[in-house]
Design a protein around this ligand. Structure first.
Ligand SMILES: C[S@@+](CC[C@H](N)C(=O)[O-])C[C@H]1O[C@@H](n2cnc3c(N)ncnc32)[C@H](O)[C@@H]1O
Length: 287
């Protein structure tokens, strides 16, 4: 077995820097020098699959030999942080359900369009978009007469496959409010849980790299964007580029929700900062 004989050496700072720069350019993710051991571990796995034993060769491959983007995608599947669970940051979701959603629905209803578009950007294995689907179904008693789409995107293909299965373990579902649980979740054998089809069908799952300008330009006319716990892995410049696209993707009066500890104040003044209940939310101004 060839792969068992391969001994990978230590990742030198110059190779790390070359790989880091490629990852930054293509994915927007920025890794500090302190992340050498983390990246080394993930790369070792990948290089074993490729039958490579030199980080210098791997850096070269990533930089000059990855014409179809397959290698950066394989790396993305290994180095992204995918932690998530349903009803994460509950109070923020409450602000969405109790304040922001009614505001937006009211203004849509004036147009008689009944079309609602939400984007979960960086959805990982799907817990966030399915949470949003549950909330909409619980809060909008007439949801069946609306044209609702929750677009769920991520760069990690492995997680997206999990999102498509919509089957979870106890950890993912334990924060679902008890009164919602049986309406949206089926108990499966061996301690697994599945999202019921009526809830799942509001969610549309797609691969999208937030650093892909062309793909980002295709996202338009959205009422809400959730991009929680994603941009913390970006630096200010790549974060700003993403937030500028979000601004263009939102309809006037649309909202953007970031993670608890994240703020766009430093990188964009385009949004209005509103206090909604206990929460601060960003809104694109109305025209
Ligand atoms: C920590 S998870 C957040 C999941 C969910 N939004 C939440 O708050 O529970 C971060 C996700 O961002 C995704 N991500 C990182 N860089 C990305 C990029 N350039 N384009 C799209 N998704 C990206 C990762 O693959 C990962 O699944």
């Amino acid at each position: 077995m060839a792969s068992a004989e391969i001994t990978v050496t230590t990742l030198a700072l110059k190779d790390f820097a070359a790989i880091r720069d490629e990852v930054y350019k293509k994915l927007g993710l920025y890794f500090e020098d302190s992340k050498v051991p983390f990246i080394q571990k993930r790369l070792e796995k990948r290089m074993e699959t490729l039958g490579m034993d030199s980080f210098t060769d791997y850096a070269f491959l990533l930089r000059f030999g990855d014409k179809d983007g397959r290698e950066i995608q394989a790396l993305a599947n290994l180095i992204t942080t995918n932690e998530t669970y349903m009803f994460r940051e509950f109070e923020q979701l409450q602000a969405f359900a109790d304040h922001c959603l009614p505001m937006v629905l009211k203004s849509i209803e004036k147009t008689r369009e009944r079309r609602l578009r939400i984007w979960s950007a960086g959805c990982s294995s799907g817990e966030e978009p399915y949470t949003l689907a549950m909330i909409l179904m619980e809060v909008m008693h007439d949801f069946r007469v609306w044209d609702i789409k929750i677009k769920a995107t991520d760069v990690d293909q492995v997680r997206l496959e999990m999102a498509r299965w919509a089957v979870y373990d106890e950890r993912s579902v334990r924060e679902i409010p008890a009164e919602y649980f049986d309406r949206h979740i089926t108990r499966l054998p061996a301690g697994y849980y599945g999202v019921k089809p009526e809830t799942a069908k509001l969610v549309e799952i797609e691969h999208l790299n937030l650093s892909d300008r062309l793909a980002m330009r295709g996202m338009r006319q959205l009422d809400f964007i959730f991009c929680r716990n994603v941009l913390i892995y970006f630096d200010d410049a790549s974060r700003k580029a993403v937030v500028d696209h979000f601004y263009n993707a939102l309809k006037p009066g649309g909202f953007i929700f970031l993670g608890h500890s994240e703020s766009i104040g430093r990188i964009s003044t385009a949004f209005q900062l509103l206090r909604v209940g206990q929460h601060l939310v960003y809104r694109k101004e109305m025209i």
